[in-house]
Structure formats: C-alpha cells, structure tokens
Design a protein around this ligand. Sequence first.
Ligand SMILES: Nc1nc2c(ncn2[C@@H]2O[C@H](COP(=O)(O)OP(=O)(O)O)[C@@H](O)[C@H]2O)c(=O)[nH]1
Ligand SMILES: [Mg+2]
Ligand SMILES: [Zn+2]
Length: 296
Amino acid sequence: MTLRCRVIARYGSEIDALQPDGSVRRASLRRRVDDVVCGDVVTVDSVGAVVRSREPRRNHLARRDGFNRPRTIAANIDRAWIVVAPRPEIPHLLIDRFLVGIRNLPAEAGIVVNKSDLAFTGDAATSDPDLSNYTHLALPILRVSAHTGLGLEAFRAAAAGGCNVLVGPSGVGKSSLIQALLPAERLRIAEVGQGGEGRHTTTTARWYEAEGGAAWIDSPGVRDFSPEIASVDQLVQGFPDLSEHAADCRFRNCTHRSEPGCAVGAAVDRGLLPAARLEAWRELLASLIAGGRGRG
Ligand SMILES: Nc1nc2c(ncn2[C@@H]2O[C@H](COP(=O)(O)OP(=O)(O)O)[C@@H](O)[C@H]2O)c(=O)[nH]1
Ligand SMILES: [Mg+2]
Ligand SMILES: [Zn+2]
C-alpha cells in the first residue's frame, strides 16, 4: 500500500513525510525518484518507507550555488515573503534578486520587515528603515516583530490559504516569525555565539502546517541569491515598474543601459522610478549575459 504524503524536509537521501493521519515518518529516496524537496507531494510505500513517486509540481524556487548549479529550495509555493531586518541594513539588491525569482515561479511576492521593535527606539541609527525603492510596486510591505507580536495578525491575514515560504538573509528572524505564528511548533532559533556568529541556524527548508489549509516554509538564510533565469524576458518579469516606461524607449529592444532615447533612464531622472531599481536591472542583466557565473 502507498500513502500520499507532503514532504516536510529533505535530509540527503531521506525525507520527513507528513502522512495523511498527521504523523511524520522518515522515508528514503531511491535514485529513480531523487528530485524531491520540501513542499513536494510524494507517494510512500507504507511497508518499506521508500518514496515511490513524486506528483508534478506547480512551481519550484531554485537558486544558483557558488558553482552556478541550480539548487531547488522548495516546491508548490503560492507566496514568497522576503524577510529583512532594519539592522545592519536593508539588503536592497538581494530584495531585487528575490523579486525576479519569485515573479518567475510564478508566485506572489511580499516584503516583511521583522525586528520592527528595533526601528522605533528613538535614536537615529535605528530609525525606520527605508523601503522607498519598493513602495511603487504592487506588493505588500509589512512591518512586524516576532518578539513583540507587532503586525503578526496582519501578516497571518495576508498569508491566509496556500503555501508561504520565508526567504532572506540568516539572522533576520524567519524561524522566529514562524515560531511566533505557530506557538505549538518547536523551531530552532539562532543563538548568537560569543564570536557573534549565529548557531542553530536553519540548514534545510522545512514545512509547517497552519490552520485553514495554509502552510509556512522556513528556509535557510542566504547571503546572496541568484534567480534561476535564462532570458531577458524572464528578467523583465521581475521589473514590472521598468516595463511600464520601456514602451516609450526609442528602441523596442532597448536594454536601458546607454541607448539614446531610453525612457527608463528618463523616468529615473524625473524621479518617477528609484535609481536603485534601474541599477539592479543593469546588474542582473550583466550577470545574465555573463552566464550568471560566480554568483550564489
Ligand atoms: N529584536 C528582535 N530580535 C529578533 C526578532 N525576531 C528574531 N530575533 C532574533 O534574531 C536572531 C535570529 O533569529 P532566527 O529566527 O534564528 O533568524 P533566521 O536565521 O532568519 O531564521 C535571534 O537571536 C532572535 O531572537 C524580533 O522581532 N526582534
Ligand atoms: Mg532560521
Ligand atoms: Zn530603455
């Protein structure tokens, strides 16, 4: 007999499988069915605990590692939340890169500023972080705090139904947020060691079921993220704000680098588009042309 199970996490050649009765069981992967990640739906042999097959995926989030190999992080995603913290600073280019990856899944994207309890302590160094590069985009930007509970109900409501993955740098509080949203679970929160390095950080993506058919996926932190894109058309998907102006460029195939009559450059000059967004476009275009080498 086989059971239809959700893949909660993958560890090398094994997975944790959420069985229909709600219990979790370790099962092993064979080479024939090896492309399995957190969020997948698989059938598992109830006797040998071997994964027999994987159902087709709606989508999957992947990144390129340091050797430019695609690494699948999680599958079957409805919404991806880019989690950042006001300190040390907002990682703008990382947000731009994630937006390209998320829009190409396709999935809905949102930005979550955690540790907002730090942002309003009064001194200038911890003042409200600047997210003006993104306020013109049609996406939710939520201020929350896993520690004080600020904004968590709004976050829960924005994430209702479907599968939500939290992505972003390590140490911003992704695991803490899921812990705060699901108090019955026991997540590993990073303790900062004596040298300031984080310990007990998340090393593999993990699925948590929530009420009302929603789910949360906690993912390992990344310093950098290279979306798995292969064409300029896919890059365009990540920059709907540039595309709006690109229709007025003199050249239909304008790349908005140094062409005459570029309406995107003009929009930046007129303050209609943040300069950082055009810089991010140019950066990603350059790495796309270079084959994405050296990014992970
Ligand atoms: N001040 C403050 N610290 C937080 C908050 N959320 C998490 N942290 C701390 O940030 C550190 C990293 O948290 P963790 O959830 O492991 O981050 P992750 O690597 O993104 O999963 C831990 O020391 C947490 O206690 C928050 O809302 N406010
Ligand atoms: Mg974590
Ligand atoms: Zn242009």
